[in-house]
Design a protein around this ligand. Structure first.
Ligand code: HEC
Length: 194
């Protein structure tokens, strides 16, 4: 660094006509270097951003990979399609769930609950919903023996697909429920930061 600035001063030379000439040279030299600097700088900036993300995650900030985006129009389009294909058969085309969803059936399993405001999906923070959908209830809740009709979608849906479908579900909630869900997320984030 020091050597470089020395070299620059040396090239800039003493005051006078010669100096301004060499200054212009200096500038065009910098300009021709710009693409090279960009090549070097981009990975550095990326690395810094990733380090920041890792720092946030390790500090209890929500993992960005499971933060729902109920205002991302493109994501919601994918989410609606996935919901119809993969979830509606149990959770209902209008998110209404199965009848008597609070009562276990003869098989001992709970029916599928609604995903609308009348259910308790919105009582769970983003990352809990993400884990239930990806791994199923038993694994998400750490209850090895829990039997559930809810399939885990790991290997069937990508993480982005899971994010899309859950974001779409959230986008269907009334504003007041969405706000409460945002607060649940914030509370969980501040708890795990402690
Ligand atoms: C085969 C039927 C079935 C399908 C298909 C299904 N689910 Fe479920 N889901 C259930 C059942 C049953 C439960 C309740 C499980 C329990 O508590 O034992 C449940 C629970 C859940 C919960 C927890 C809700 C709460 O209130 O705690 C989430 C989140 C969920 N499902 C998301 C999804 C998503 C997203 C899809 C589609 C990608 C999906 N499910 C597809 C049957 C299904």
């Amino acid at each position: 660094m020091h050597a470089e600035s020395d070299a620059f001063t040396a090239r800039a030379g003493p005051a006078g006509r010669g100096a301004s000439d060499s200054l212009i040279d200096g500038r065009s030299g910098l300009q021709s270097m710009t693409p090279r600097i960009a090549w070097i700088a981009t990975p550095i900036v990326l690395a810094l951003v990733l380090a920041g993300v890792a720092f946030l995650a390790s500090n209890g900030g929500a993992d960005p990979a499971s933060v729902l985006r109920p205002d991302d129009a493109k994501l919601l389009m994918a989410g609606e399609r996935i919901y119809i294909e993969r979830c509606a058969s149990c959770h209902g085309a209008r998110l209404e769930g199965q009848p008597e969803w609070r009562t276990r059936g003869p098989d001992g399993l709970l029916p599928a609950p609604p995903h609308d405001a009348s259910g308790h999906t919105w009582h769970h923070a983003d990352d809990v919903l993400f884990r239930i959908t990806k791994y199923g209830v038993a694994k998400a809740a750490n209850l090895a023996d829990y039997r559930s009709a809810m399939p885990g979608f790991e290997g069937v849906l990508s993480d982005e697909d899971i994010l899309a479908v859950l974001s779409w579900i959230k986008s269907r909630w009334p504003a007041s429920i969405r706000r409460q869900h945002d607060e649940i997320n914030a509370r969980q984030a501040s708890q795990s930061a402690r």
